[in-house]
Design a protein. Structure first.
Length: 183
């Protein structure tokens, strides 16, 4: 059996497990989801599950990491002074979020826990929301946290309301509000 074929089979198995976990999270809290129930839903043997994951929370963490990989621009090449490009990239990201909104809505749900929102805030602070070093680093840090939490809150509400406004409009609103806080 070729390495490429095994890789495709592994990818399919992981995808089945991720889809099964997301389906189960629609009705059940993560802490109550057993490996047995997950494997039954995915039609995968328990030993196969344990080849890749230690427990359902490890699988959930991989789903969350997949979301972070979906963010289109690595922080090291993000040009915060190029408003047009920044708005376009942000809108493209929101379009991708809209496409995967069911899964992301589940990640934000209480059933999945609060880790996703906190990880997203930290992720945004690490490279996407500028930390302007002014006279008071504490105030600047709180501004950064305010923008990150506001962004996550708006994103969460946008998804919960089934994306009622255009992604470009949402992107512009977030950009404008962020600039006001930073000034």
């Amino acid at each position: 059996m070729s390495e490429h074929h095994e890789s495709r089979r592994v990818q399919m198995t992981r995808r089945l497990l991720k889809e099964a976990l997301l389906e189960l999270l629609e009705d059940t809290e993560l802490a109550r989801i057993s490996v047995t129930a997950l494997c039954r839903k995915a039609d995968v043997h328990r030993s196969t599950f344990y080849q890749y994951y230690t427990d359902p929370s490890a699988l959930l963490q991989e789903i969350e990491t997949d979301f972070f990989r979906m963010i289109p621009v690595p922080p090291e090449v993000l040009d915060l002074n190029n408003q047009k490009k920044l708005l376009s990239m942000t809108a493209d990201f929101f379009d991708s979020v809209r496409e995967h909104r069911k899964a992301i809505r589940i990640l934000f749900s209480k059933a999945a826990g609060d880790d996703f929102a906190a990880r997203l805030v930290a992720f945004l602070c690490e490279g996407y929301i500028p930390f302007v070093k002014g006279d008071d680093g504490t105030i600047d840090h709180f501004k950064q946290l305010y923008i990150a939490n506001g962004t996550v809150g708006m994103l969460r509400e946008w998804i919960s309301a089934d994306c009622p406004i255009d992604s470009r409009q949402l992107s512009g609103m977030m950009y404008s509000l962020s600039r006001k806080v930073l000034s």
